[in-house]
Design a protein around this ligand. Structure first.
Ligand code: NBP
Length: 472
């Protein structure tokens, strides 16, 4: 009997996905460039559902048709190299699935290339790391829709389940699945930065201890903030090593693998403001200037005048932080979905935001209760310009905005940097400014470059001879 699917690349993700597929009753052929890895997997996890293979020809021949070849290798050149090697061995209508973190434009290119060869291609975003891959990731499949019907059952079975539904839904054609995964990663950066800023405020301004912070986060996890990241953050505050809190022993330098960078570059390309996600990326860059920050603290003064005691009790302050965190979180998701809405027009995709929010509810790092609200909000108001304008979220923001402003002011007065939160507040204020100062920018542009301007009192495009007027 032939295998139902084959997995190439048996590092953390590939191995765990293959085991997950086998657990779900599928016969899975496995292959890895370095053969000893195949032996290791068989030795440690082997069962009759896993079929080891040691060259690509045997791997391909072991699969039932149409063949489902799941690549889980390092993104970039390895994917192209494998596609080339597989082309000699596959038949028309076989399906190559790229489950790695590939750049969506590579996915579009590969799909077009393989279409010429009559090979189907799916670019699939997978989230959840090792644990997710083993027991249920969030899956964002994009690519040839005809081919998706051959893998949908497997994907839905191995995916995480949230509220009884699989965290897996076909996204749209060519690079759409990888695009949604990329935006998901950007949102993840923002979520983490916003929580880190909340921690800083609670610790530096209100003086909460790690033990207090554990209790606060535990409480928050029973509110609208309920999420995986709030839960694990609470747990982190408790952990001690040799009588010292482990968190206090960790150097404040945050690394990254570059996925947040792609989201930001893409937003710049499409002209979309994702300032909270950008602030999160900048936060990681700045965190790495540790030595310079130590020097700067001595060179640049805080400039904090005697701040009058605001009279806020610690508990009240924690409530302000909670409201600011929640509103900022709404803004970062609103920005992520705004990027998706511009991208779907740019790349000709049809994205269902309500369903995308549902996929994120399980398996992945950003899983959170409020994704149900996002899903409902987009379902109720499909063609809304921005998540923040939906009735539900407009109300959530309006009822907390005064607290949010108060918190940001306290942070600024105390010289505590909260760039992601401030960016969220600025985004709200920029959006809700019906009459901005951009008329002056247009006037300047027309003055020095004759770039023309539109007028509020009549139709058309105008140039004014500013210099002549000045000379008169
Ligand atoms: P890695 O990204 O570390 O890739 C290692 C695998 O790629 C090994 O199986 C390696 O084979 C194989 N490989 C390489 Br490198 N070059 C190859 C080539 N030219 N031909 C064939 N195979 C090649 O593994 P990972 O961390 O499991 O991630 C796999 C994919 O999933 C990546 O795209 C990653 O970004 C994505 N992803 C990872 C996570 C996570 O939490 N780790 C989460 C979500 C998505 P070898 O053993 O012979 O070197």
């Amino acid at each position: 009997m032939k295998s139902n699917i084959g997995v190439i690349g048996l590092s953390v993700m590939g191995m765990n996905l293959a085991l997950n597929m086998a657990d779900n009753g599928y016969k899975v052929s496995i292959f890895n460039r370095t053969s000893s890895v195949v032996d290791k997997v068989m030795k440690e996890h082997g069962n009759d559902k896993l079929i080891p293979t040691y060259n690509l020809r045997d791997f391909v021949n072991s699969l039932e048709k149409p063949r489902r070849v799941f690549l889980m290798v390092k993104s970039g050149a390895p994917v192209d190299m494998l596609i080339e090697q597989l082309l000699d061995l596959l038949d028309e209508k076989d399906i190559i699935i790229d489950g790695g973190n590939s750049y969506f434009k590579d996915t579009i290119r590969r799909r077009n290339y393989l279409k010429e060869k009559n090979i189907y291609f799916l670019g699939v975003g997978i989230s959840g790391g090792e644990e997710g891959a083993r027991f249920g990731p969030a899956i964002m499949p994009g690519g040839d829709k005809e081919a998706y019907s051959y893998v949908s059952e497997i994907f839905e079975k191995i995916s995480a389940k949230a509220y009884g539904e699989p965290c897996c839904k076909y996204i749209s054609k060519d690079g759409a699945g990888h695009y949604v995964k990329m935006v998901h990663n950007g949102i993840e950066y923002a979520d983490m930065q916003l929580i880190a800023e909340s921690y800083t405020l609670l610790k530096k301004i209100a003086g909460f201890t790690n033990e207090d912070l554990y209790k606060i986060f535990e409480k928050w996890n029973n509110t609208e903030l309920e999420s995986y990241l709030i839960e694990i953050t609470g747990n982190i505050f408790k952990v001690k090593e040799e009588n010292r809190y482990l968190l206090d022993m960790i150097v404040d330098k945050a690394s990254q693998k570059g996925t947040g960078k792609w989201t930001n570059l893409e937003a710049i390309d499409l002209g979309v403001d994702i300032s909270v996600i950008t602030a999160a990326l900048n936060g990681r860059f700045m965190s790495n200037l540790k030595d310079e920050r130590i020097k700067a603290e001595k060179i640049i003064e805080a400039g904090v005048n005697e701040v009058a005691d605001s009279g806020i009790k610690k508990e009240e302050f924690a409530e302000l932080v909670k409201n600011a965190l929640y509103v900022s979180k709404i803004v970062s998701y609103a920005q992520g979905f705004k990027l998706l809405s511009v991208a779907q027009k740019e790349y000709g995709w049809t994205l269902n935001f309500s369903e995308i929010a549902k996929i994120f509810r399980g398996g992945c790092i950003i899983r959170a209760k409020f994704l149900n609200d996002i899903s409902d909000a987009f379902k109720n108001e499909e063609s809304i310009d921005n998540l923040m304008f939906t009735k539900f979220f407009a109300n959530e923001i309006n009822t907390r905005l005064a607290d949010f402003r108060k918190l940001v002011s306290i942070a600024v007065q105390n010289g505590v940097a909260v760039s992601a939160m401030t960016s969220a507040l600025e985004y709200i204020d920029t959006y809700r400014t019906a009459q901005s100062g951009a008329n002056l920018i247009q006037a300047q542009r027309d003055y020095f470059g004759a770039h023309t301007f539109e007028r509020v009192d009549k139709e058309g495009s105008y140039h004014f001879d500013w210099i002549a007027k000045e000379e008169n």
